[in-house]
Design a protein. Structure first.
Length: 376
């Protein structure tokens, strides 16, 4: 297949404009509006963003390429005209290049890695427009480009549908909690009266290459665990960092610094200890079930709700004293058990959907790789 440099079939257009000369309702896109994979999640306007510095013009004919931290793969196809941050490069395909084909080519994992390997700047890695212009791109006929792009668009639509289903499933448990809470007789009780609470050791763990998992805030999400970046400590450190006899099944671990409002329940198959910036909550089994307690904490500690409880001028954190005094709604154990059973069913559906999405992502990556080798 014929290979050409990007600059021979497309133009990286940096048409600078002073946003103060534009109508306030002009759409504005920053990197924060483009998700990994290219979906445009919301947008602002020139007036809302109160823009003052130079921006780039774009149209629905452009592909937008995020040059800051290109490893994030923020490459999108806008359906409207507007202005964008100068950390986004508008690329206008020429007559020999299909826009959708270009977007899929630049978005494939191999090209995202290629772009990331050619950045400059240690703290804020950026890809130079001049370097982007030299990227090699396979150039079949326009008809073939459109055929390939259509296949990839259909496959990507399946992934998008799966993501929407998953997003809906993630809303089920919070909605169920709100429904049961409003329909049940609940007693407002201080968390410390129905749970034991331990702050984490205020020291940096001594890391080892293997051993016992030592939890960090990066291992927490909203109600679940993330093991993409796992650290370990030895048995001696495990003992030192295990207050209350260590983390037990049913304990809740939550973040008190950095990203607050994330927490998860320790499972029976987990042997873990506490790193920094975490709090361990152990519900009293005669009063509070872990599933109900977790939903109470995720609701009460939602970031916008707890801003007034955050302390510290440089590294704001949740005051553990405030956490102990936090009042939560506690219904009967029967009501809590019913909630836990329904939440567990929702969690199983969510896990199955996540697995299916992972399979879809793998298939899509395979299709992309084959497409640009001329094997579709």
């Amino acid at each position: 297949m014929k290979m050409v440099e990007l600059n021979s079939v497309a133009t990286i257009e940096r048409r600078a404009v002073d946003p103060r000369t534009l109508a306030p309702q002009t759409p504005y896109l920053g990197l924060e509006h483009i998700e990994r994979g290219g979906r445009i999640a919301g947008r602002s306007t020139v007036g809302e963003a109160e823009l003052a510095s130079t921006k780039f013009l774009f149209t629905p004919e452009h592909v937008l390429f995020g040059k800051l931290r290109p490893n994030l793969g923020k490459i999108s196809r806008p359906s409207f005209a507007g202005v964008c941050s100068t950390d986004i490069l508008p690329i206008l395909p020429g007559s020999q290049l299909d826009r959708n084909y270009l977007a899929h080519f630049l978005s494939q994992p191999a090209m995202v890695d290629y772009a990331a390997s050619r950045t400059s700047g240690a703290n804020l890695p950026r890809l130079s427009p001049d370097v982007l212009a030299t990227f090699p791109i396979p150039l079949p006929s326009l008809e073939e480009q459109r055929r390939v792009a259509a296949i990839l668009d259909r496959a990507d639509a399946i992934r998008a549908k799966r993501r929407r289903v998953l997003a809906q499933l993630e809303d089920v448990t919070p909605a169920l909690f709100a429904e049961i809470r409003s329909a049940s007789q609940c007693t407002s009780i201080a968390l410390a009266d129905v749970a034991e609470i331990w702050d984490c050791p205020h020291s940096t763990p001594k890391w080892t290459k293997q051993g016992v998992v030592c939890l960090r805030t990066s291992n927490l999400t909203v109600g679940d665990w993330d093991w993409s970046d796992t650290r370990f400590v030895d048995e001696e450190q495990y003992v030192i960092r295990s207050k209350g006899g260590g983390a037990r099944a049913g304990d809740i671990v939550l973040s008190r610094e950095g990203t607050v409002g994330i927490a998860a329940i320790v499972r029976a198959d987990m042997r873990v200890c506490m790193g920094q910036r975490l709090v361990q909550v152990r519900p009293r089994p005669d009063a509070l079930l872990p599933e109900w307690a977790l939903s109470c904490l995720l609701t009460a500690l939602e970031p916008t709700r707890i801003a007034k409880s955050m302390v510290g001028s440089t590294a704001q954190h949740l005051n553990v004293k405030e956490l102990r005094a936090l009042r939560i709604p506690v219904p009967s154990l029967d009501v809590q058990r019913a909630f836990a059973e329904r939440a567990a069913r929702s969690s199983r559906s969510r896990d199955l959907s996540s697995q299916a999405l992972a399979a879809d992502d793998g298939l899509f990556a395979s299709l992309q790789s084959r497409a640009f080798r001329g094997e579709l």
